[in-house]
Design a protein around this ligand. Structure first.
Ligand SMILES: Cc1ncc(COP(=O)(O)O)c(C=O)c1O
Length: 380
């Protein structure tokens, strides 16, 4: 197909190579080596150290929140965030099936189960309408929160995910969740630097969680952060992720079951150096996105752009093909030409451990599952 061949040539020109082009490669051109060497020289390579503190301060500023807790990865961050907003064993959490598996896994690690609701076509994230429709049918509002009429279980959180850095319709979602007394935890793993109505994603729900995994816009090898404007939740988050140790000069006393989810200082050093370059990365990606947009405007392949009132970080850029057959052809031809492309995730209710979860029809999620493909998006 000529259009696919033209796309391959465009991407090869963009990245100035005919060799393998990955989906997303990290870039280390700032203070990464300097900070890492400083950390090694200081001997503070583990879970306490100046870079952990500095990283948390930087993340408060970037996410415009009052508290930031550095954690070992995004999945652990979501697990703890859900526990912080009150998710308990046997509860249920509303989320989307069109997401990376970690979103749902973090729900199950708390002994709770996901309810998979549909996404919006424009944002590819949890649809406020699907949440409203579901709660109209199954919600049962009590003094202490919302219960599911079908299962009798408490729906104790809503976990939307900002797919590839495109923010979900947070205002609408918040109105619905507030009315049903359901706290929102934003899975912002992919959306560092994205904004919804001039507010950073992650700062609008009760808690937000970012990932710093190797493939993210900013990486520290592996890492995550919990951010919140609720100071008490932030303090409790630090305590829970630090083995629930009661502060004392020398005694070891832990008054509940905590976790060792602390980010090591080595990773925090890398994270600080990378965060210093976040604005550069964002600008660079925006330029790439503009280039892709004007290239794809003349093709029948649609390049996905941010919705009104939002600013996407363009972490992983993507195109929408006409149908599954076109998608598969696009995937096979681009990958054969060493231009890495990947389909969006398979919907989570198709995975064995999530077969029996309650869900709605998922018409939009299925539409996107058959058509969306990620294309190379590394900072140049
Ligand atoms: C949507 C989503 N949620 C959660 C995670 C988990 O983050 P981590 O890999 O840091 O555990 C990721 C990415 O890896 C993700 O893409």
């Amino acid at each position: 197909m000529k259009q696919i061949q033209d796309t391959i040539s465009f991407i090869q020109d963009l990245y100035k190579t005919k060799e393998f082009i990955p989906l997303h490669a990290p870039k280390f051109e700032g203070n990464e080596k300097k900070y890492l060497l400083e950390t090694i020289d200081s001997t503070f390579v583990s879970s306490v150290g100046a870079y952990v503190d500095q990283f948390e301060e930087m993340m408060k500023v970037i996410s415009k929140t009052k508290k930031a807790v550095a954690v070992v990865n995004g999945t652990a961050g979501i697990q703890v965030a859900l526990r912080l907003v009150g998710v308990k064993q046997g509860d249920e959490v509303i989320t989307q099936a069109l997401t990376f598996v970690a979103t749902a896994n973090a729900i199950v690690y708390n002994g709770s189960s996901p309810i998979f609701l549909d996404v919006d076509i424009d944002t590819m994230g949890l649809s406020p309408k699907s949440v409203a429709d579901f709660l109209e049918e199954f919600g049962d509002l009590h003094e202490d929160g919302c219960y599911n009429k079908k299962t009798g279980k408490k729906i104790s959180a809503c976990l939307p995910m900002h797919t590839f850095g495109f923010p979900v319709h947070l205002d609408d979602l918040k109105i619905i969740c507030d009315a049903w007394k359901i706290p929102i935890v934003e899975d912002s793993a992919e959306s560092l630097g994205s904004e919804y109505k001039n507010k950073p994603t992650g700062s609008i729900g009760e808690i937000g969680v970012f990932s710093f995994n190797g493939n993210k816009i900013v990486t520290c090898g592996g890492g995550g952060v919990i951010v919140t404007n609720n100071e008490n939740l932030g303090i409790k988050g630090k305590y829970l992720t630090t083995t629930a140790k009661v502060p004392h000069a020398y005694e070891f006393y832990h008054d509940e079951l905590g976790y060792n989810f602390r980010m090591p200082n080595l990773n925090a050093a890398l994270a600080c150096a990378q965060l210093e370059q976040l604005n550069l990365f964002l600008a660079n990606k925006r330029t790439i996105a503009l280039g892709y947009k004007s290239f794809f405007d003349s093709a029948s392949i649609r390049f996905r752009t941010e919705t009104a009132d939002t600013k996407a970080n363009y972490w992983l850029m993507c195109v929408e093909l006409e149908c599954l057959k076109d998608r598969d052809l696009f995937l096979s031809e681009t990958n054969a030409a060493k231009v890495m492309t990947r389909p969006i995730w398979q919907l989570l209710y198709r995975l064995p451990m999530y077969w029996n979860c309650q869900r709605d029809e998922q018409l939009n999620a299925q539409f996107l599952e058959e058509r969306i493909v990620n294309i190379p998006s590394s900072v140049r």
